[in-house]
Design a protein around this ligand. Structure first.
Ligand SMILES: Cc1cc2nc3c(=O)[nH]c(=O)nc-3n(C[C@H](O)[C@H](O)[C@H](O)COP(=O)(O)O)c2cc1C
Length: 210
């Protein structure tokens, strides 16, 4: 395990993966658990991360992803998707889970249910997928950081045709749409990108003390 800042310096959006190196079951489990434990607004976790296992599907996704080699060459490949029809039913489901996990009667959770329902219904219907996308990106950030700390390479990617991805993954039927993808595995020795000096703005451009 790396110190967090060492990990952030070490990590890079790797372009070239070593196809012979695979995540161990424990490493995969840790990444999935980091996504599960990511925080989200009102705790609603309005997204699903698909783990794309089938090589033939990854090949099709690569064609729909500007032929980016990371999609097929990394050990694992994930796609985050969000609901296109987000309603208060997600809040009701969340409250069911709270009651079960905390072992409390559901009818004692009326106040919390009103709050989390409001987190959805207060938003115009046409903005809800965008809100869900913001939550998915937060989980993406947790995933990227968790991977880096454990010395696992990870490449977030938005360079793909969402309509084609949705078609290939059958997301429309699930009332979902793809928003961002991630390759995870181990960099190839000749990955030129990860040896480049990291470019970030100086702190005073990004952080303002008022
Ligand atoms: C949301 C997101 C989408 C990205 N999409 C792509 C992509 O489609 N293809 C790619 O090669 N890199 C992609 N990147 C990588 C960024 O270009 C990279 O993170 C940035 O230049 C900083 O470099 P570093 O991550 O190696 O430090 C993406 C990064 C993020 C966070």
């Amino acid at each position: 395990m790396k110190n967090i800042l060492d990990a952030m310096h070490w990590r890079a959006a790797v372009k070239s993966y070593d196809t012979s190196k695979k995540l161990s079951p424990e490493q995969l489990d840790m990444l999935l658990e980091s996504v599960r434990l990511a925080p989200s607004s009102a705790g609603l976790q309005p997204y699903i991360m698909f783990v794309v296992d089938k090589p033939e599907i990854r090949q099709k996704l690569r064609a729909a992803g500007y032929n980016q080699a990371q999609i097929t060459d990394a050990s694992h490949f994930f796609v985050f998707a969000v609901p296109t029809n987000l309603t208060e039913s997600l809040a009701a489901h969340y409250i069911d889970v709270v009651a079960q996990v905390r072992d409390v009667p559901r009818d004692t959770l009326g106040g919390l249910e009103a709050m989390v329902t409001g987190a959805i219904t207060s938003k115009p219907v046409e903005t809800r997928a965008e809100w869900a996308t913001r939550q998915a990106y937060l989980a993406l950030g947790v995933l990227i950081t968790a991977a880096a700390v454990e010395g696992i390479d990870c490449s977030p990617m938005e360079g793909f045709d969402p309509a084609q991805f949705d078609e290939i993954l059958g997301l429309k039927e699930l009332n979902m749409k793809s928003v961002v993808m991630v390759a995870a595995g181990f960099r190839a020795e000749d990955d030129a990108y990860s040896t480049l000096t990291k470019v970030r703005y100086p702190r005073e451009e990004l952080i303002v003390i008022v």
